[in-house]
Design a protein around this ligand. Structure first.
Ligand code: ADP
Length: 409
């Protein structure tokens, strides 16, 4: 069998693997292991044929990855070693503006960035170490969620805080979901038959996590997530923007900052407002049945999103398109319609019929004639990681960029 490229996304208690062909363009197989380190760890092969199996009670990343590789081999999807392995890495700080071949210095830099993403970067490093043990000869590549946003101008990435917090501690907006926003840019440019460097858009990635990005002439110039993936839009369980005065207000009532932070990350967003669930599909169903909590949650979600779309027009005045992506963006005609109902007068005029017929499997334009373009595009972060891995391992050149600033981090 020809070379293959393996894409690895290691979360704190999950691992997703995707195997691509020798051109990193065609998907061969995908697998997902969940609940690692807990009672009911399971491995699910999702493509090309479905199967599930229980893993040992205390199965961790190592066992999950090894079992998955064995299944890929037994099925004949993977022969020998992969030609390259690409890892999703959440935080690259200011160190990485692009994907890089993983060398010891890169591992150290990812460790240093762990202070900025304490839940994510250590899990990503676990994956890197595991895979280098299993495939010691295979080059590995790190693809950072933050890298695409390193083009943000200072006025977009600085918070109005004492400047020393940026200089000494690296407190700034970094932005996340960069791999998805970059994929949307690539797809839109291809659809419009324009170079990426001449393509401008507003990309709304709406999944369990949600973020929006203004892309001007192929570069990210503003985005809604910040120092951490908590800021910005309403998300499944995350609050997005709040008044930071909340911390003091709740502290006076005996709720400590740590607890407030947990609440903002895990009990807020769609789940918190609705009181039911973080799942937009379920909320839509409940809303149709007249549930007030669900209706409230959807309305806050859509209004916040509309505000941010308006705000992104400050950075990209004439976008080629507004693009909806992610599980909610691709599938929820209701969210798209309710969001855009707040933006009449800004040139986004939705075609209700096209909005109802386009979705994940029939991406396309959903605006009325005369409107700014509005599109649904299905995102594919794994494919971007596979392509970057192919590119970097075939060329065997590292594009590590020097630290732009000595932050002592
Ligand atoms: P993740 O960010 O974990 O990758 P996804 O991008 O898959 O998540 O998005 C998950 C969200 O998409 C969930 O809120 C889910 O309910 C929502 N979703 C999926 N399908 C639909 C649908 N048909 N209608 C509304 N929401 C949907």
């Amino acid at each position: 069998m020809a070379d293959t490229y393996l894409v690895v996304n290691c979360g704190s208690s999950s691992v997703k693997l995707a195997l691509y062909d020798d051109q990193a363009s065609t998907l061969i197989a995908t697998a997902l292991a969940e609940n690692l380190g807990f009672d009911k760890a399971r491995l699910r092969i999702a493509f090309p044929r479905e199967s599930t199996e229980d893993l040992a009670v205390d199965a961790g990343h190592q066992q999950a990855i090894e079992t998955c590789i064995s299944r890929f081999r037994e099925s004949g999807w993977l022969e020998g070693d992969p030609a390259g392995i690409g890892h999703r890495v959440v935080h690259g700080g200011e160190r990485f503006r692009a994907s890089v071949l993983i060398e010891p210095t890169v591992v150290r830099a990812i460790e240093e960035c762990a202070a900025l993403a304490p839940l994510h970067n250590p899990a990503n490093l676990t994956g890197i170490h595991q895979l280098s043990r299993i495939f010691p000869r295979t080059p590995q590549v790190a693809v950072f969620d933050t890298a695409f946003h390193q083009s943000l101008p200072e006025h977009a990435f600085l918070y109005a805080l004492p400047y020393r917090l940026y200089q000494d501690e690296g407190v700034r907006r970094y932005g996340f979901h960069g791999t998805s926003h970059r994929y949307i840019l690539q797809q839109l440019a291809a659809d419009l038959d324009k170079p990426e460097s001449e393509t401008s858009l507003i990309s709304a990635h709406l999944g369990n996590g949600c973020s929006i990005c203004a892309i001007r002439d192929g570069q990210s110039v503003d985005t809604s997530m910040g120092l951490t993936p908590l800021e910005g839009l309403v998300m499944g369980t995350r609050s997005g923007d709040i008044d930071p005065g909340l911390f003091d207000f709740l502290a006076a009532k005996g709720i400590e900052a740590r607890e407030t932070h947990r609440m903002l990350n895990r009990e807020s967003g769609l789940l918190g407002i609705s009181g039911h669930t973080n799942d937009m599909r379920e909320l839509t169903r409940l809303d149709e049945q007249g549930d007030q909590g669900a209706s409230r949650a959807i309305e806050v979600f859509c209004f916040r999103l509309a505000r941010y779309i308006g705000a992104m027009l400050a950075s990209v005045n004439c976008p080629d398109a507004l693009v909806f992506t992610g599980g909610i963006g691709e599938n929820s005609a209701i969210v798209r319609a309710r969001t855009l109902s707040h933006l009449q007068g800004l040139g986004f005029d939705l075609d209700a019929q096209a909005n109802n017929t386009h979705g994940r499997d029939s991406a396309g334009e959903i605006q009325l004639s005369g409107s700014r373009m509005i599109k649904v595009i299905r995102t594919n972060e794994e494919l971007v990681i596979a392509r970057d891995t192919h590119h970097l391992t075939v060329n065997e050149t590292s594009s590590v960029s020097p630290a732009t600033r000595a932050h002592g981090r």
